[in-house]
Ligand binder design. Structure first.
Ligand SMILES: NC(=O)c1ccc[n+]([C@@H]2O[C@H](COP(=O)([O-])OP(=O)(O)OC[C@H]3O[C@@H](n4cnc5c(N)ncnc54)[C@H](OP(=O)(O)O)[C@@H]3O)[C@@H](O)[C@H]2O)c1
Length: 377
């Protein structure tokens, strides 16, 4: 270990504070795993008044995020501020200046990922975002590395912990408004919950899954979504009487000229693995031509779980730097193909006669003879 990699961190909130705390508190252990010395050079925040982790020297903090991005001694930038405006500017600027970037920002990658990936590839640096899809669940690496030699037919799952929390509470008898306030009190929903309950967050994650699984430049505004705000306590109770649960499902399948993708509340048999999610638990099912059906489940939100994913990317990037490898990722997302058609997926599902407003989930939707025929083309 001869040289020191400079680290800049943007954001010290739910995710950033955990990342910073572990970068400092577990410095020696992380260095051993990475095989490279590193130094956290600065942390950008908005307000100097807030309390920060005690492991962090106050001198590390700055309200000038741009000074970190422009610091020639910062080799790796970790972006944990969120949003799509300033975060986009900082990430783009960092990539352009030849820094490797690790981000937890699904909104950013789901809306501007293809452009940023192309910039990273052009500058010979890497852009990693494992925490952006389903937090601790290693879905990005599974699709991008473990399944790189396979063809993905479909991805589907329950990826909104906020919606699952609200729906689980409604199963206990709460109405929608009560369940939402309870989820906000418990920290499962934000003060402005619209991003989650309107399905926007799930559509962002689905866009990332489509990019990774199919290598298609699909951004989230192209995906049809329906949120959970229209679901009533009566709907949830009626579903339970029929042996079913309602969950917000995000699913996509490959087609000849693009993808079919959609986010919507669907009815699931209560013993289905998607129906058995609770709280912030996420589940993602991948159907690959040769590997068959794979399912990953785990904690889909929260600072500690998300920091685990960010630090996984961090160790991986530092190992590459330490070994002198070219770590610019040759991933499906570096060469995304345009998707001519992005059509809704759930139109082909049948409707329950008791609850006709909800599609009835069918596993065959994501494992059809047509999908096999497509891959044989
Ligand atoms: N929370 C989760 O469970 C979770 C899970 C997976 C992915 N993510 C993603 O992780 C990212 C961060 O989420 P979070 O929940 O940690 O957000 P957060 O708690 O709101 O933290 C945001 C942090 O960024 C700082 N910040 C915002 N704008 C800034 C600017 N212009 N310059 C400098 N600092 C700035 C804030 O400073 P102050 O502290 O001074 O306000 C705060 O420390 C988001 O992209 C989110 O989607 C979150």
């Amino acid at each position: 270990m001869k040289f020191t990699v400079g680290i800049g961190l943007l954001g010290c909130g739910t995710v950033g504070a955990k990342v910073a705390d572990r970068l400092q508190g577990e410095h020696d252990a992380l260095e051993r795993r990475a095989g490279t010395h590193y130094e956290l050079r600065a942390v950008a925040i908005r307000s100097i008044q807030k309390q920060r982790p005690r492991s962090l020297d106050p001198h590390l903090f700055t309200c000038d995020a741009r000074s970190i991005v422009d610091d020639p001694d910062v080799d790796v930038l970790i972006e944990c501020i969120g949003g799509t405006n300033e975060a986009a500017e900082f990430v783009e600027r960092a990539l352009d200046r030849g820094r490797h970037v690790i981000t937890a920002n699904k909104d950013l990658i789901a809306t501007q990922g293809p452009r940023l990936q192309a910039l990273a590839a052009a500058r010979g640096v890497t852009l990693r975002f494992e925490a952006a899809v389903a937090s601790a669940i290693p879905i990005v690496r599974t699709l991008d590395e473990a399944l790189a030699g396979d063809d993905i037919i479909s991805v589907a799952g329950v990826v909104s912990g906020t919606c699952t929390s609200v729906l689980s509470m409604m199963e206990e008898g709460a109405d929608y408004a009560e369940a939402l306030s309870e989820a906000q009190r418990a920290g499962f929903a934000e003060a402005d919950p619209s991003n989650d309950v309107d399905g926007i967050d799930a559509a962002h994650k689905l866009a990332l899954l489509v990019q990774l699984a199919f290598g298609l430049a699909v951004i989230s505004p192209r995906i049809r979504r329906t949120g959970i705000a229209g679901i009533t306590r009566r709907d949830v109770a009626r579903a339970r009487m029929l042996g079913q649960r309602i969950r917000l499902v995000a699913a996509a399948t490959r087609t000849v000229d693009g993808a079919r993708a959609e986010v919507s509340p669907v009815l699931l048999p209560e013993n289905h693995s998607f129906a058995q999610t609770a709280g912030v638990e996420n589940v993602v099912r991948i159907f690959a031509r040769d590997a068959g059906v794979l399912e990953l489940r785990g904690t889909g939100a929260g600072g500690t779980a998300s920091a685990s994913a960010v630090l996984g990317d961090f160790v991986s990037v530092l190992r590459g730097i330490g070994e002198g490898r070219d770590i610019a990722r040759r991933r499906r997302t570096n060469t995304l193909e345009p998707a001519i058609a992005v059509n809704p997926l759930f139109t082909s599902l049948t409707r329950s006669s008791d609850l006709p407003q909800y599609p009835l989930w069918d596993d065959n939707l994501t494992d059809t003879p047509a999908a096999h025929a497509l891959l044989a083309l």
